[in-house]
Design a protein around this ligand. Structure first.
Ligand code: ARG
Length: 461
């Protein structure tokens, strides 16, 4: 038999394989709350505008609330025959209240209905991600404050470069996640318009008020063009683009955590709560959560790519292709939310090995730049010459197997006669980080200030 919602012009029902390729209920049931919320707002508007009677409106809304309860309680039977969440809900509504149910879809199409549901879902996802990012920043800021003066090696090319503070390093991620938050906020602001009223594509001949539904659903305004309203999924692409960039940040932090907790590094230890053991090697503690957070980045970019490719050749307006928007959107949101929550847990729990980090920071001539800077500031050498002199001093130290600070003054003076014993004070890792006190620099005192500023910028209100 043919479909109860659109079967009027059909004689036969769909092939079994048609039903399977056509149905989205397996995944779009996740939008039931958004669907019901949108339908209630639409129905209230229809009543206000005199398109549906108050009595029918009451029945419809009571029925929708009941359906929401049934779904929440797990008592709702979803049917593949009914394709999607929209028709599953409407069919149940008609079982519950009879003919009045048929009035809900006045001045509406599944095209603007689904555009609305997806928009509401993405908006809710943005709000959850915003909260998770904020929580991750809070964890990083707390640990940065605690480690404002903890010295670690700073790397370029993963080669020892200059000493930095662990707090400063963590605060770098606070900045990145702050920009991610602002990207999601931009996306939310841009997408916050309601597609309702577009109906199938051209608008509606009924005296609807789509300003009213827009307002009721928390949108800033209705969309200005009905064709655009049912056609575009740019907001979902933008959400996934922001999610991808954010996931890249999570992935880099994950990668660092994985390196830091490896045996040759031993900069940090992860807690039992965020590691796993090996089924064969009893000594193992593996950073699986960090590895998975790193890997989710690939999925999230894949999700963005999947929808971008679905959309790129579609003529206006709606095409069934767009039903393929949901799985990538849900997957991107799920993956990012999980990664952010796991990252916050790892950051809160990790134990820093201060002595080890300081020892590694002090090795490998990490304060050679400080020596060159001392030659500039104390002897007035041009930086290029200071760099050259320092290079020769490093070579000498290497040949003796000694640190720079262990080179006798006479050895230094053999290369640059004006050097005084004062130089040794510049060569400690503590002096190195303390000296970098410009705005944005790594000095412990700066990190304390940056922590206070970040609490104001990111965690107030
Ligand atoms: N399940 C569909 C989707 O997700 C709903 C819209 C269907 N509209 C239509 N004209 N067939 O896109």
């Amino acid at each position: 038999s043919s479909n109860a919602m659109w079967g009027g012009r059909f004689t036969l029902g769909p092939a079994e394989i048609m039903e399977r390729i056509n149905a989205s209920i397996g995944f779009d049931r996740r939008m039931y709350r958004q669907d019901i919320r949108g339908s209630i707002a639409h129905c209230e508007m229809l009543v206000k505008q005199g398109i549906v009677s108050a009595a029918d409106g009451r029945k419809i809304i009571a029925g929708l609330r009941r359906i929401e309860g049934e779904i929440e309680a797990g008592n709702f039977t979803f049917s593949t025959r009914l394709e999607d969440i929209h028709m599953n809900v409407e069919a149940r509504l008609s079982q519950l209240i009879g003919d009045a149910a048929g009035r809900l879809h006045t001045a509406r199409s599944r095209n603007d209905q689904v555009a609305l549901d997806v928009r509401l879902w993405v908006r809710d996802a943005i709000d959850r991600v915003e909260g998770l990012l904020r929580d991750l920043q809070a964890a990083l800021i707390d640990r940065a404050e605690e480690h404002a003066a903890t010295i670690m090696p700073g790397f370029t090319h993963l080669q020892t470069a200059q000493p930095v503070t662990f707090g400063h390093h963590l605060m770098a991620y606070v900045e990145m996640f702050g920009r991610d938050r602002s990207r999601f906020a931009d996306c939310r602001r841009r997408m916050n318009e309601s597609p309702l009223g577009a109906a199938a594509l051209a608008g509606s001949p009924h005296p609807i008020d789509n300003h009213d539904t827009a307002k009721a659903l928390g949108f800033d305004r209705p969309m200005a063009n009905s064709l655009d309203a049912v056609s575009d999924r740019d907001y979902a692409l933008e959400f996934m683009a922001a999610a991808t960039i954010c996931a890249v940040h999570v992935s880099r932090l994950s990668e660092e955590i994985i390196i830091w907790c490896s045996a040759p590094f031993r900069f940090i230890a992860l807690s039992d709560a965020f590691t796993t053991g090996s089924s064969i090697m009893p000594q193992k503690r593996n950073p699986d959560a960090a590895e998975l957070a790193r890997a989710k980045t690939g999925r999230i970019l894949g999700d963005f790519t999947a929808l971008a490719v679905v959309m790129k050749g579609l003529p206006l307006t709606y095409g069934k292709d767009m039903q393929e928007d949901k799985e990538p959107i849900f997957d991107a949101a799920d993956s990012l939310e999980l990664s952010l929550a796991a990252m916050a847990g790892m950051v809160r729990d990790l134990k820093a090995n201060d002595e080890r980090m300081r020892a590694v920071a002090a090795a490998d001539y990490s304060t050679a730049t400080d020596l060159a800077d001392w030659l500039v500031r104390s002897l007035g050498l041009p930086f290029r010459q200071a760099h050259h002199v320092t290079g020769r001093l490093v070579a000498l130290a290497v040949s003796k197997g000694a640190d720079l600070g262990a080179l006798p003054l006479e050895d230094m003076q053999a290369i640059e006669p004006a050097i005084t014993k004062d130089v040794y004070r510049a060569l400690t890792v503590e002096a190195s980080v303390a000296a970098r006190a410009n705005f944005g620099g790594t000095a412990p005192r700066n990190v304390k200030k940056a922590v206070a500023a970040a609490r104001r910028r990111f965690l107030s209100e």
